[in-house]
Design a protein around this ligand. Structure first.
Ligand code: AGP
Length: 609
């Protein structure tokens, strides 16, 4: 997820762009850059690191112009570096691009261009676009874009300048946001309204397939077939702070609601359900490597550790590979049997967690194969691991991890299915079935997120409780742990996640009406057992909040509150059962007036032991 700003009009575009990028830094901050046209010549400045570095560079060597583009980057392809920073120019330095999104077929396009003698400056997928546009350019940037869009696949929001057409900008949008700010004798473009509110409240939201030609006086929007698109001008009443959160009250809530899109971004261009194919381009393990794995050891902390616990069920059920899961701070001082036949999978959103990084280094020192799942390109973990798969869910600002967790799970499903198929444990037809099921998950979560009033009501009922018990079995035991962690870390209420089958071995002594029990009882092999646990708890005065599969009527008489989640394959259920638990924790914390995005005593990344 990156931030884009464009401007054309009477002001100094450099000021507008830098101010706008500052408002968009929450979308990404690996590097930033700006491109302007002065005397029909393109000028580009870019710096690695925070936006401050670019601003300082421009202060030292000022530049002014009436038209320009800016970009702040969250790396997905190509590590944070000056050459990978946007904007990118074509080889003749006549066209420049800033891009947010993922071009799925960029490798194929890049290879075609290389064969034609095209040289590349960067490792990014974005640079491919500007070379294609230059190749298609005759005397209209707009037409060159229309032609190029038929060649590229993926998600994109990009902006272009061309020195032969110095009084216009061209933007295109598909599955990534772009909004035009309408001014008087000036026009603005950005990834979201945050960057534009200081200048105008009149916004035009581009829709998928839109291509916009923007001058200081006029905005023309057409599609690839040259059909005019009349988009409504909307007046935005948010203040800047609200806008940074897209109108959500907290980043955590925004990130919970982003999950349908971030799960899709994570599997986009990696799974092909109808072909029964998985292609994780960056992983690079040979089929032989996969067949030779004797055991897997997943290592992580916190929420990432809970994702690892889910993966144990996936790897052992689908691939047949024995799988251990360890907490990094224990693993690094433990005595695990580590050797070259062991695959150590490291999971870390930040890629900077000290214990997790230390565990990775230990595994490497023992010649283990190492694979990292990470959300931050260029982070310590991503640079240390033998192989790395990125979660593509954009910066996660809320300290409580939500979208990163479901993105981690998405990758773990892909790995389990892929490795099971490669090891002959998952026939193609079953693989297609599971990939289609995974494909549908974003839609199902999106539907669930449309009706969450019950969660707000339940939060009001239990906001003053001091202890919660979360119960789950099988793949939802880790979700019980995760639900409890969410509640305690943002509301400071004590909560315990427990394997439901363990109730009789102690925790059942705790039960009374003062301690609500959240029971994850979706349909599957352990459903009946969960119903028994619920009945045991209820008979001792426990108050039951059950997570149940939609249309389940049996559970109605067993529980005090029922949160229905979409019915999915039981192995996929963690992707849907975690969402109501994220929201329950969020609404309780908000009712308590807690600092949801920055809870006390916590940091987004624990970079010390
Ligand atoms: C989760 O909500 C917490 N913020 C915390 O447990 C986190 O998951 C843990 O610190 C691991 O962080 P990482 O994924 O960045 O390594």
């Amino acid at each position: 997820m990156c931030g884009i700003v464009g401007y054309i009009g009477k002001r100094n575009s450099v000021d507008v762009i830098l101010n706008g990028l500052r408002k968009l830094e929450y979308r990404g901050y690996d590097s930033s850059g700006i491109a302007v046209i002065v005397d029909k010549k393109l000028h580009v400045r870019k710096k690695v690191g925070r936006l401050y570095n670019l601003r300082s560079d421009i202060l030292k060597d000022p530049i002014t112009a009436n038209i320009g583009l800016g970009h702040t980057r969250w790396a997905t392809h190509g590590k944070p570096s000056k050459k990978n920073a946007h904007p990118h120019m074509d080889s003749t330095k006549s066209i420049v691009i800033v891009h947010n999104g993922i071009i799925e077929n960029y490798i194929k396009l890049r290879n075609e261009l290389l064969k034609c003698g095209q040289e590349f400056e960067s490792e990014t997928d974005s640079e491919v676009i500007v070379h294609l546009i230059k190749r298609n350019y005759k005397n209209s940037l707009f037409h060159a874009v229309q032609e190029t869009l038929s060649e590229i696949k993926g998600s994109y929001a990009f902006g272009l300048l061309c020195k032969y057409e110095p009084n216009k900008m061209v933007f295109a949008r598909q599955d990534a946001p772009l909004v035009i700010g309408i001014g008087k004798g000036e026009n603005f473009v950005a990834s979201d309204v945050t960057a534009l509110l200081p200048y105008t409240r009149n916004m035009v939201f581009l829709e998928d397939g839109d291509i916009a030609e923007i001058t200081a006086e006029k905005v023309i929007i057409k599609d690839i077939g040259n059909n005019i698109k009349n988009r409504e001008i909307k007046s935005i009443q948010w203040n800047a702070a609200q806008a940074e959160k897209d109108g959500y009250r907290h980043f955590m809530l925004k990130e919970i609601f982003e999950q349908p899109r971030t799960i899709e971004e994570t599997f986009r261009s990696r799974i092909y359900p109808n072909e029964g194919r998985i292609y994780i381009e960056e992983i690079g393990f040979k089929d032989e490597d996969i067949k030779n794995i004797s055991s897997i050891h997943v290592v992580a902390c916190g929420t990432s550790y809970h994702a690892g616990l889910v993966s144990k069920f996936l790897f052992e059920n689908f691939t047949g590979i024995p799988t251990e899961v360890g907490i990094a701070s224990e693993f690094r001082y433990g005595n695990s049997i580590l050797n070259e036949k062991k695959m150590v999978i490291i999971i870390s959103q930040s890629g900077e967690t000290a214990d997790t990084l230390a565990a990775l280094k230990l595994a490497k020192s023992k010649n283990c194969r190492t694979l990292a799942l990470c959300n931050v390109v260029g982070s310590s973990v991503s640079r240390e691991a033998e192989r790395i798969i990125y979660t593509h869910c954009g910066p996660e600002i809320g300290v409580a991890s939500t979208k990163a967790f479901t993105s981690q799970l998405t990758i773990l499903y892909m790995l389990a299915f892929d490795w099971a198929n490669k090891r002959g444990n998952l026939p193609k037809e079953k693989l297609k079935e599971y990939l289609n099921e995974l494909w549908e998950i974003p839609l199902k979560i999106g539907e669930f997120l449309k009706n969450i009033e019950l969660l707000q009501d339940i939060a009001k009922v239990f906001v003053n409780k001091r202890d919660f018990l979360y119960l789950g079995r099988h793949v939802n035991y880790p979700i019980a742990l995760e639900g409890a962690l969410k509640l305690k870390e943002i509301s400071y209420i004590h909560a315990e996640g427990y394997a439901a089958g363990e109730m009789k071995h102690g925790p059942i002594a705790l039960i009374d009406k003062s301690m609500p029990i959240v029971a994850i009882a979706v349909k599957g092999r352990v459903y009946e057992k969960m119903i028994s646990n619920i009945e045991e708890a209820k008979s001792r005065g426990g108050i039951i909040i059950a997570l149940a599969s939609e249309y389940d009527e049996e559970i109605v008489t067993k529980s005090d509150y029922i949160i229905y989640v979409p019915k999915v394959n039981e192995f996929m259920s963690p992707l849907v059962t975690v969402v109501p638990l994220q929201l329950l924790a969020y609404y309780i914390a908000v009712l308590l007036g807690c600092n949801v995005d920055q809870p006390r005593n916590l940091a987004k990344s624990v970079t010390v032991e």
